[in-house]
Design a protein around this ligand. Structure first.
Ligand code: ADP
Ligand code: MG
Length: 214
């Protein structure tokens, strides 16, 4: 396990990069949702992450717990739809688990991420291969944990998470949706990437970028 610590500022940089990526990929996310949902995932995520960055800039949180709580509350109150409560719960649980600290080590970040994922599971009840964002999130955190536990650097572990999230995203194309709006399509959802898995892959693309060189 790496001994590197992760600062509050690096976590803000992660969120900022995620916000930039969802804005740059807004049409892509919305097009994915147009195929098997209601064509709003890109605009939902951009609205949410823009509000998050505005909130953080207006009142910079002084602890990592507060940072993630603000992120979660802002996403719940601005995103709506299925993804608002899911991403919101993810960050709220990360905040509770992180606590009033100004830095985390790799093991603590992993614990916070896993708590976030448990929140997603508690709220959305996704199972593996239900064709949801969980199909990118779970493999990403699994790969991150294995890499950290093999004494790899934070940078390598974050890259492993990014790759696993992208593989999970691509694998959703061949699945039948069993949760959310896309499930109404049944077999007609086959052949399309799940939009939430695509935004989660961006979350880990941002993650790898911010921790490259660590
Ligand atoms: P909505 O479906 O309400 O329009 P979005 O389009 O913003 O909301 O988000 C849709 C995404 O939410 C899906 O692509 C899927 O990844 C995710 N999702 C929907 N329902 C669930 C669920 N029960 N568990 C996990 N993820 C879900
Ligand atoms: Mg939608």
């Amino acid at each position: 396990m790496t001994s590197k610590t992760i600062s509050l500022n690096q976590l803000v940089a992660w969120l900022n990069k995620f916000s930039e990526l969802v804005s740059a990929q807004c049409n892509y996310l919305t097009d994915l949702d147009a195929a098997i949902g209601d064509a709003d995932h890109g605009t939902n995520m951009v609205r949410g992450m823009t509000a998050v960055m505005n909130a953080i800039t207006a009142a910079p949180p002084s602890t990592i717990g507060d940072l993630f709580k603000v992120v979660g509350m802002t996403l719940v109150s601005t995103v709506g739809g299925a993804s608002g409560p899911l991403y919101g719960t993810f960050f709220l649980r990360m905040g509770v688990t992180s606590g009033a600290v100004s830095e985390l080590n790799g093991a603590q970040l992993l614990m916070a991420l896993n708590a976030g994922m448990e929140g997603v599971v508690a709220r959305g009840k996704p199972l593996a291969n239900d064709k949801t964002l969980f199909d990118a999130l779970a493999p990403a955190l699994h790969a991150f944990a294995i890499s950290l536990n093999s004494c790899h650097s934070l940078s390598d572990a974050a890259l492993a998470a990014q790759t696993a999230a992208a593989v999970g995203r691509d694998a959703t194309a061949s699945l039948i949706a069993r949760k959310g709006r896309a499930s109404y399509l049944g077999e007609r959802s086959i052949g399309h990437i799940d939009p939430g898995s695509a935004s989660t892959a961006l979350l880990f693309e941002a993650f790898a970028e911010v921790f490259s060189g660590e």
